[in-house]
Write a new protein. Sequence first.
Length: 456
Amino acid sequence: MKPSYILICIALVLAACTPATASPTPESTPDVVTEIPQATPTPVSMSQLGVPEDALKGVTIQVWHPWFDVEASLFEKLVDEFNQENEWGIKVVPSAQINYSNLYENVTTSLPTPDHPDLVIALPEQALAWDEEGVVADLMPYVNDPKYGIDANDFPIIFWTQDQSGQRRVAIPAQRTARFLIWNETWAQSLGFDAPPQTPEDFQQQACRAHDIMKTDATPANDTKGGWLVDTSWQTAFSWLLAFDGGVLEQNDYRFLTPNNIATFRFLRELSEKGCAWQVSGDMDRYTAFANQEALFATASLEELNDQTRAFSETGNRDKWTVIPFPGKSQPALITYGSSYVILKSDDEQQLASWLFIRWLLDPERDAHMVEANHLFPLRTSTMDLLADYEKSHPQWAEAVKLIPDTTIQPQLASWRLVKVMIGDGFTQMYQKNLPSGQVAVVLAQMEAISRDISK
């Protein structure tokens, strides 16, 4: 082997034994600056309401509400929770006014004085009456505020619409309910009907079939029963008017004496004349009557469904029953209504503190808690995610919630607070006097005259 070849081999062996990267000595290590990534701060939304956050500290707001007993206790418990945990140090002082009528009178009396409340839980028509006096704060800036606002898209549009007055928002939903027909599905199937009525004619057929069955059994005492258990509340009367494509308004004026309204009342009176509709008397309980198969149809508000369920349990009746809208000529009718949060004008700090309390109450978790306590509609769509167990244990309530998109609202007029009472009174009078179906126009003419008089 040649010497040069040996030297080349030795060089190759030494190269293979040398580490690929030699560790540099400290003297030869260059200075390396390592940059630590900095987290990008989340932009903090700035409020456009002009109230520094520290200005809210120690603000006290007076809240007047219409509730008593269980509802009042629940609300006061929520107030205590807010007072203890809210980050601004706001203090809420609740005051029960017993019912909506007392609340309206007391608030109205207090308006010229410094002792009026900051926040009121009232009916939308009451809020509109106060708004006409110029004492209601517009909530649009609060709803849309970048920092303190609320997602309007999380509320069913029909709930959100009720408190809108032109470009102003005079209130925001606090509670929403509806009055339904309730239908004994099990009994209807035994009578040959496999679906709820879709039209007034279907309703009459089912009601009269149930009445006819009563006349053929061995119990003479129930011969006048079986069909629709009449209810004369304003919600029921108004729903039937809408079901016949009638109503109470013509543009912005009250109008009752119309062909469709006459057809509505005539239809309902003829049901009674045929024995297919009847009323409870004396100490008879409506819930028990329906649970005892003495009526195929009755009416109930959302908050009454638990009482009706209890009546079925107490009578041992395992029939399946459900809620349905009022069957209509062209579409079904169902009215949603309920109370709203109203902020009365004061200084900026009081108004913002009131708004923050409202927003806190409308949090989905608290909304769900309210549903479980008062059995009304959830106010926010996202609340349903928290009510899966409640939905399973309250099937009629769950069916009612499905009907929310089909509901409509009452007239957005301050005078409605008086007119709705008149409608209920007129409807009741029509039944108490057993007015012949051919004379129902007389009642409607009286309603129109009275409504126009009290709305001036």
